[in-house]
Design a binder for this molecule. Structure first.
Ligand code: SAM
Ligand code: SF4
Length: 533
């Protein structure tokens, strides 16, 4: 009890510092929460992967009881959080240029008599810690991905001490300390949602910083995940994507205190009333076990689309990357997946120009693209990350060679995307409508393959699944009209025999962005601003 009082006083101290005198007095004399008489404005910008998008939402949830509400405008904010990504150098550097902009906003706010608090969260914060404050003195608070449940305390510390840096891997589990989002907040975030089930990585691929920034692999207990998904379903969420750095290494504790596999977890989540669609990402080929493959055959809620990063088609490079799978292993998994679900749309991640990659190695990657018939991919130039073994390898590939290979790889992927989209015209697919479209009278949803589909239809259909006949395609989306028939497990999404639906090379492919790779569409509505890495 006294601890709570102490904590509350500390928070009051923070608020006294953050609010001007009149506003603080109005809060103190009010109903006890700044949310009731006054609000603080929170702007979160999320860089990088879906894990960060999810984390950003949970940070907003952690700050909601403190009276913070989200704003889309950094200039209007009292607190700015940049939730950062360290996976490639470009992603990390983006943070510093964004911090330059935030410093100018902070100066403008100060000239206006306001205090703007700047926080850096996520993997750059974890990797660089104090260095961030040294390079960008306007930053008040730096904290890693394992600390965001402590945000109110960290803000109090920053207000008291001037700055706060927290990059510990705390022993307490952040998920146990985070307040659940309110039903209204959940509804505002849309009908598709991410749920983190696993974090961290023990695989140590030689190019990757994740094991260093996110720490050792951990899985959340089954019952907590089921409770979170049930709350989402009650608030109107219809599609859930279970996420983790290595989601299929999931081994969370089940109700009988034994570890459950991802397949078992999916089966359990599929039984939750209201959850019509399930996905999971990102998977490692090593952890694609028989039960998970069978789930693609047996669970109707599991959408026929899987992101399965391969990185390279060359065994020599896969070994140097410490991927612990060969090209043949990967092809075998793909064959078994397609036996289970013939129309499965497979997407992947590729790195070009890993140290030592020859033209022959790259040719093996291009050949693998043709052989598997990937429907889309993220593709990246290798970026040496400090502290990873790859960065110290002697045979680094020239930047120009990397660019040229990336260009060729993307061209191959784009051809598949265009072919797939063309083949969708005239077919009928189930679309889960998520939000209003760009033009009046239009709404946008997702096909089973995660493609955005634009339809002229009443907004009352948002949150519903309906059968749509695809009438036209653009680079990044499909256009369609509602079919008069009842929702249809359409020809594209149907469990077709090979050859009965789309051929392998013509499956769904995601759109590209300008930032260096073909990219998959981010799923779900994200209230925080999101920027790809
Ligand atoms: N856990 C997943 C797996 O095992 O494939 C991948 C997670 S990682 C966050 C996402 C992707 O970023 C990787 O699949 C890889 O293609 C890319 N990536 C990671 N480190 C990279 C680096 N140093 N340079 C370029 N791309 C990188
Ligand atoms: Fe990074 Fe994925 Fe390899 Fe882990 S398995 S080190 S997250 S690429």
């Amino acid at each position: 009890m006294s601890g709570n009082v102490g904590k509350r006083d500390e928070v009051r101290g923070t608020l006294a510092t953050l609010l001007d005198g009149a506003k603080f007095a109005s809060w103190r004399n009010g109903l006890g929460s700044p949310g009731m008489t006054d609000t603080r404005k929170l702007y979160i910008k999320s860089f990088g992967c879906q894990m960060n998008v999810y984390d950003s939402r949970r940070m907003a949830d952690a700050l909601a009881p403190e009276g913070y509400v989200e704003t889309a405008s950094a200039a209007a904010a009292d607190l700015v959080i940049l939730n950062t990504c360290h996976i490639r150098e470009k992603a990390a550097e983006k943070v510093y240029s964004e911090l330059g902009r935030m410093r100018r906003l902070k100066e403008a706010a100060a000239a206006d008599g306001r205090r703007l608090v700047i926080a850096v969260a996520g993997c750059v914060a974890q990797a660089e810690g104090e260095e961030i404050v040294r390079r960008a003195p306007a930053v008040d608070l730096v904290f890693g991905p394992q600390s965001y449940h402590r945000l109110p305390d960290l803000l109090a510390r920053a207000a008291r001490d001037g700055k706060a840096v927290d990059t510990e891997f705390p022993v307490d589990d952040k998920f146990d300390h985070l307040p659940a989002a309110s039903a209204a907040a959940t509804r505002g975030r849309g009908v598709a949602s991410f749920v983190t089930v696993q974090e961290g990585c023990d695989k140590f691929c030689t190019f990757c910083v994740v094991p260093y920034t996110r720490g050792a692999e951990m899985s959340r207990p089954v019952q907590k995940i089921v409770a979170e998904v049930s709350r989402l379903a009650d608030a109107g969420v219809r599609e859930v994507t279970l996420i983790g750095q290595n989601v299929n290494a999931y081994h969370g504790e089940g109700p009988e205190r034994r570890p459950w596999s991802l397949a078992r977890l999916l089966e359990s989540v599929a039984q939750i009333d209201g959850i019509d669609r399930l996905r999971y990402t990102t998977s490692h080929p090593r952890d694609m076990d028989d039960a998970l493959i069978a789930a693609h055959r047996d669970l109707p809620q599991l959408m026929p689309q899987l992101h399965l990063p391969v990185q390279s088609g060359s065994d020599r490079i896969l070994a140097a990357m410490n991927r612990r799978h060969t090209r043949a292993d990967y092809l075998d998994i793909v064959a078994r997946l397609r036996d289970a679900r013939a129309d499965l749309a497979l997407t992947s991640d590729f790195i070009v120009g890993f140290p030592g990659e020859t033209e022959d190695d790259f040719a093996a990657t291009l050949a693998l693209v043709g052989e598997v018939g990937f429907s889309g991919a993220f593709s990246f130039k290798y970026s040496p990350r400090p502290g990873t073994p790859g960065a110290d390898m002697s045979d680094q590939v020239a930047e120009a060679t990397k660019s040229e290979r990336l260009h060729r790889l993307q061209a191959a992927i784009d051809r598949n995307q265009a072919a797939f989209n063309r083949r969708c015209v005239g077919r009928t697919v189930d679309v889960l409508f998520e939000r209003p479209g760009r033009h009046p009278g239009q709404i946008v949803g997702r096909s089973p393959y995660l493609q955005p589909v634009q339809v002229e239809a009443p907004a009352s259909l948002i949150g519903e699944t309906a059968a749509v006949t695809i009438t036209d395609v653009a680079t990044n989306s499909l256009f369609g009209r509602l079919t008069s028939s009842s929702p249809c497990r359409g020809e594209v999404g149907e469990r077709s025999e090979p050859g009965g639906g789309l051929d392998v090379a013509q499956r769904m492919a995601p759109p590209r962005t300008a930032n260096g790779g073909s990219t998959l569409p981010l799923q779900g509505r994200v209230k925080v601003e999101s920027a790809g890495a």
